[in-house]
Write a protein that binds this ligand. Structure first.
Ligand SMILES: [Zn+2]
Length: 466
């Protein structure tokens, strides 16, 4: 038997229904959406604003454990950047156990749900034992993250990472041996994880190439061919152009800037997600936008790393798709990430409302920044994760987030400005209820596993941090 909800204000691709009636099947898929109450059906009333759950398109779950732990300098580390941060990250990798990986994953996945995300693309690269030996179960670490997502109820697009070299023409460093696979062993892992989908209906599996620094052109081509043979529709993710150092290394090693090299040598399309893509020249901006690939922006991580700022305005004007990732998890908040993106650009350009552009066909229409940011990240997140959600419309997975109209940021707001108020307004989190595939995983702000997940994380950190 399906369930019908009467939602006070229901987000739709072209506006809002107030109220909106959404019918959800037992399979967790939306059967119908209407502004009229279905006859002869009982309905459950939901007050507030019902918006689609967002897919977080980039996460390294374990890096949550480093948040707030690398914000200092010493004489030896006076010049701090992504590469010096990475040394600290590797010190933690050297000590991580499968139990730690799962406990940290569960905490950060819980946080994502609490801030209104209903799925994550997990770019997972700590595969093996310290030193590079295989676990008895070669998929042990992947399975730990799948278990963490299952414990919380978050949808997951698992992206095991192919990592083979310590840089172009460079051997792996000692820590990196935990990350490494041959292409054949990597494709075996993908096949193993595909089989996990039978027990995990909200699990998808795609491919991640760490970067053009860590995988050679021949390995890129072999991995892509193998992945396409397993699943022609698989999503393909890669870190690209996060720092000027990386751009220079790829240019010296492969003869072109990273995004240009991918456009010219591999071909990009809507199945690709290019994570960061921070440093693009004019030709790369146009080429990436025209390819239909998603740019995987991680604004708070990029800001805290001091990476640089994505050419948001030029790329968006060229019709480029983007979504939001929380990457190293300086927060897990949709609103905080999108606020960083929009407001960072406002500071740089010294003007307001940079992402929204006037609707020339309807001169009087107000185009709201919060709405444009949310809807663009929603579409980009779904494109990069292929979870089946991405909108409260018939045929999509029922991933719905109820925002509390009585929360401080939303107090007094109606549908026209509610997304501006959430994303660009005050810091209090207005997310009250979260549904994934028709199941409520958070109600009235409470998750049934929260206390246990926090305690497991606390125990892990007490052991891990020395
Ligand atoms: Zn990353």
């Amino acid at each position: 038997m399906s369930t019908v909800y009467e939602v006070e204000h229901l987000h739709q691709p072209d506006g809002w229904l107030s109220p909106g009636y959404v019918e959800i099947g037992e399979d967790g898929v939306i059967v119908s959406v209407s502004g009229a109450r279905p006859p002869e059906r009982s309905v459950e009333r939901l007050n507030g604003f019902g918006v689609p759950g967002l897919s977080n398109l980039h996460s390294h779950a374990f890096q949550r454990a480093l948040a707030g732990r690398t914000e200092f300098v010493t004489t030896a580390r006076a010049e701090d950047n992504l590469w010096t941060w990475r040394k600290e990250m590797y010190r933690m990798v050297d000590r991580l156990t499968p139990e730690d990986y799962e406990a940290i994953g569960a905490l950060v996945y819980l946080e994502m749900l609490q801030f209104g995300m209903t799925a994550v693309c997990e770019f997972h690269y700590v595969h093996h034992l310290p030193g590079g030996g295989a676990h008895a179960n070669p998929a042990e670490m992947s399975d730990r993250l799948i278990a963490a997502a299952a414990e919380t109820g978050l949808g997951m697009t698992m992206l095991p990472v192919l990592y083979a070299h310590g840089g172009i023409g460079k051997p792996l460093e000692a820590t990196q041996k935990r990350f490494a696979h041959s292409v054949d062993a990597y494709l075996k892992l993908i096949e193993t994880l595909h089989a996990r989908r039978a027990a995990h209906p909200n699990l998808n599996v795609g491919m991640a190439l760490h970067s053009l620094r860590a995988v050679t052109p021949d390995e890129v081509r072999a991995a892509l061919a193998g992945m396409k043979a397993i699943d022609p529709g698989a999503r393909l993710h890669i870190h690209v152009s996060e720092t000027t150092h990386e751009v220079a290394e790829v240019e010296a090693g492969l003869g072109a800037r990273p995004v240009q090299w991918l456009l010219d040598n591999i071909g990009l399309g809507p199945d690709w997600c290019l994570v960061h893509a921070t440093h693009l020249d004019t030709s790369e901006i146009a080429g990436l936008a025209a390819s239909g690939a998603v740019a995987g922006l991680c604004p708070l991580t990029e800001a805290t790393m001091g990476d640089g700022f994505f050419p948001l305005v030029e790329y968006h004007a060229a019709g480029g798709a983007f979504g939001i990732g929380t990457d190293s998890h300086y927060g897990a908040s949709t609103a905080a990430e999108l606020r960083m993106l929009e407001c960072g650009k406002r500071l740089e350009l010294r003007r307001r409302n940079v992402i929204a552009r006037p609707d020339r066909a309807h001169a009087e229409r107000e185009v709201h920044s919060g709405r444009v940011l949310f809807d663009t990240a929603l579409a980009g997140g779904e494109q990069a994760s292929a979870q089946g959600g991405g909108g409260l419309i018939a045929g999509r997975r029922a991933d719905m987030v109820m925002l509390d109209a009585g929360s401080l940021p939303l107090l007094g707001h109606g549908p026209q400005t509610v997304l501006d108020a959430w994303i660009l307004g005050g810091p209090q989190n207005p997310v009250r209820d979260v549904m994934v595939a028709g199941n409520w995983v958070i109600r009235d702000g409470r998750h049934p596993r929260e206390a246990a997940i926090r305690e497991a994380y606390r125990r892990t950190m007490a052991r891990l941090v020395r």
